[in-house]
Design a protein around this ligand. Structure first.
Ligand SMILES: Cc1ncc(COP(=O)(O)O)c(C=O)c1O
Length: 389
């Protein structure tokens, strides 16, 4: 067996070994953190032909290659770019694939900064932006126009966790000649592999589970063989490369991501099921719950669920939502997710155009961290009691 032939092995074996070969660096288990702008060439001919593996720090280093190769192994992709944030992982492929006069279809339940980018910068560049309902499925065919170049998906949805029928959307989008992009941050490539379901470009805020400790911002974008040259060209053109220490931290995070995700999954499902039985709760928006409208799609396409979901309170408004949040002692009030610590946020759907609900009361998004579940339940119970007053 070749030393690096881990592709067919279990996911935790892949996570432990993907990306770099210790023999490349004198046997040290981890790759070096290469801080680089300039790379020297041995002679003028090599320099003129750029005929060596590394040519300049913005393009690639052994550190970025190690992470990109690990992500390629997990995604089954032809190439991966590493960028400075999850938001950059959204904006760079959209810039790379869209031109003035093109039409882009974006799911209405998308991460808000993605919408903001589309409504401001893409619109200013002459791209026609249209939003569709998350449950559109094969119905996306009716929204396709001759100039539709990208269909952008995110499943489950940000904050409200609707599931999308990704294979059906991809089929219709491809029939119309569009490229399919997916923000797959929620599932990570461990629980959903977009390229196996017809997606061309898989996007991750590696800030979340891959980094795992709320201290690093990073994004990855992985493409199939057809889309890789254009994605790579856009990356090189924009010069939006990530810092080596952050890249290293994410590679480090990948090694434990499998076991962390198992715990996030188990704790989140336990708490979600418990919440369904609590007074003051109208609904729990978690796609791996049998009660969730997207459960069948989740079960068909995904092989796990992560640690973030929402709970809809049974009535009330901002006052009740704030009472809930202010009563929490373990959950932090903060954006982001995927770290080791639990977080809560009052969700706003004010930006939505076609996927607004209705919902029975305020929506609270919970990121379930690695703390003990009984402590987290007691904290949530404090929140529910405060919201009920
Ligand atoms: C679904 C999703 N995509 C992308 C991002 C952006 O990631 P970052 O915070 O690294 O810019 C986030 C951040 O919350 C997110 O929730």
């Amino acid at each position: 067996m070749a030393r690096r032939d881990f592709g067919k092995m279990g996911i935790n074996t892949q996570l432990a070994h993907a990306g770099n070969d210790p023999r490349d660096y004198f046997g040290f288990v981890n790759p070096p953190v290469v801080h680089a702008s300039t790379v020297l060439f041995p002679d003028a001919a090599t320099m003129a032909g750029r005929s060596q593996k590394y040519t300049y720090g913005t393009r690639a280093t052994p550190t970025t290659d190690a992470l990109a190769e690990a992500i390629d192994a997990l995604e089954g992709s032809a190439g991966t770019i590493i960028v400075p944030s999850g938001l950059a992982a959204v904006t760079i492929p959209l810039l790379a694939f869209l031109s003035a006069g093109d039409h882009v279809l974006i799911v209405d339940s998308v991460y808000f900064p993605t919408r903001n980018f589309a409504n401001t910068m893409l619109a200013r560049l002459g791209v026609e932006v249209e939003y569709y309902v998350p449950h559109v499925g094969a119905g996306i065919a009716a929204l396709m126009k001759p100039n539709t170049k990208v269909v952008f998906t995110e499943s489950p949805a940000s904050n409200t966790f609707e599931m999308q029928d990704i294979p059906a959307i991809a089929k219709a989008a491809h029939a119309g000649g569009a490229v399919v992009m997916m923000d797959n941050t929620w599932a990570t490539p461990l629980y959903f592999k977009p390229l196996d379901h017809g997606v061309d470009i898989s996007i991750h805020a590696a800030t979340k589970y891959p980094a795992g400790h709320s201290d690093v911002l990073l994004g990855t974008v992985s493409a199939n063989a057809e889309c890789w040259p254009k994605l790579h060209e856009g990356f090189i053109t924009l010069g939006c490369c990530a810092g080596p220490d952050d890249v290293y931290q994410v590679l480090r995070g990948l090694r434990t991501m499998g076991v962390r995700l198992e715990r996030h999954q188990e704790s989140a499902l336990d708490i979600a099921r418990w919440l369904e039985t609590q007074a003051g709760v109208a609904r729990v928006l978690h796609p791996a719950l049998e009660s969730h409208p997207g459960y069948a799609l989740w079960k068909r396409d995904f092989c796990g669920s992560s640690g973030i979901f929402s709970v809809v309170l049974a009535g009330g408004g901002v006052k009740q939502a704030h009472a809930f949040l202010d009563a929490l002692r373990i959950f932090g009030l903060g954006y982001s997710w995927g770290g080791y610590e639990s977080l809560a946020v009052h969700v706003s759907l004010a930006d939505r155009t076609v996927a607004k609900g209705p919902y029975e009361g305020p929506i609270i998004r919970l990121q379930i961290g690695l703390e003990n579940v009984e402590d987290l339940k007691a904290d949530i119970a404090r929140g529910l009691a405060a919201a009920a007053v």
